[in-house]
Design a protein around this ligand. Structure first.
Ligand SMILES: [Ca+2]
Ligand SMILES: [Ca+2]
Ligand SMILES: [Ca+2]
Length: 225
């Protein structure tokens, strides 16, 4: 029984792997505008069988100051856009961006999902203002979260991709004021162009699946005794 408990403990340790937290430096932005809402401290990525979430933790309270824009650029397939993005911001992903999430913490929160297909579509593939039921933007205190169906990004369980997450202002020409993948200052002015600093994520099986595997393992151990 000790061995069985040890195996269960091991499986329980393996289970929380569905959340990955990417940390960023504090104070790595050129401006104090917004009182911290543009300064990324971390982004937590989680997924289940159908959805994936990007939870920004910021140095400022987005309930108090809500004009910040929060964006994720994703390279998940060969090709894509090596120059631009879904919002036409001065941000490039040289390896080839395939998807873009753009979100805002004002006007009741909202977000859009764009998939590159020889150009970025408008209207976007999914938008909270367009009746989409497969995306959601929420905020609470120092966090802002964007959730989308994996299918909106052409992703499934077991797929890997690279991404970077950014903050910006409300101007259409505002760039990446903070980049999750860059621990140092990303730009020196609002409109400065910059490149993504990709980090990687693998879409993991949902915890329920891991739980079932653990139960199956336990059943097997019991049968052997
Ligand atoms: Ca930061
Ligand atoms: Ca690509
Ligand atoms: Ca940074």
């Amino acid at each position: 029984m000790k061995r069985a408990l040890a195996i269960i403990a091991l499986l329980a340790l393996a289970a929380p792997a569905q959340a990955t937290i990417y940390n960023d430096s504090a104070g790595d932005i050129f401006t104090g505008a917004g009182g911290g809402i543009l300064d990324i401290l971390s982004v937590e990525v989680t997924n289940d069988a159908t959805d994936i979430s990007f939870k920004f933790t910021l140095a400022g309270d987005v309930d108090v100051t809500d004009w910040g824009k929060y964006m994720v650029i994703i390279d998940s397939a060969p090709g894509g856009d090596s120059v631009g993005n879904g919002w036409g911001r001065p941000i490039s992903m040289p390896s080839g961006a395939d998807s873009w999430l753009g979100g805002w913490a004002d006007s009741g929160n909202g977000m859009e999902v764009y998939r590159y297909n020889a150009g970025w579509p408008f209207p976007p593939n999914e938008a909270t203002w367009n009746g989409s039921t497969t995306i959601a933007a929420t905020k609470s205190g120092f966090t802002f979260t964007m959730t989308t169906a994996l299918a909106n990004l052409n992703l499934g369980i077991g797929d890997s991709f690279t991404f970077d997450a950014f903050t910006s202002g409300g101007g259409g020409g505002d760039g990446a004021i903070d980049s999750l993948g860059n621990p140092n200052q990303q730009v020196g002015d609002w409109g400065e162009h910059s490149n993504a600093n990709p980090v990687s994520y693998t879409v993991v099986p949902e915890p329920a699946t891991i739980g079932l595997i653990a139960l199956a393992g336990l059943a097997l151990i019991r049968r052997r005794r």
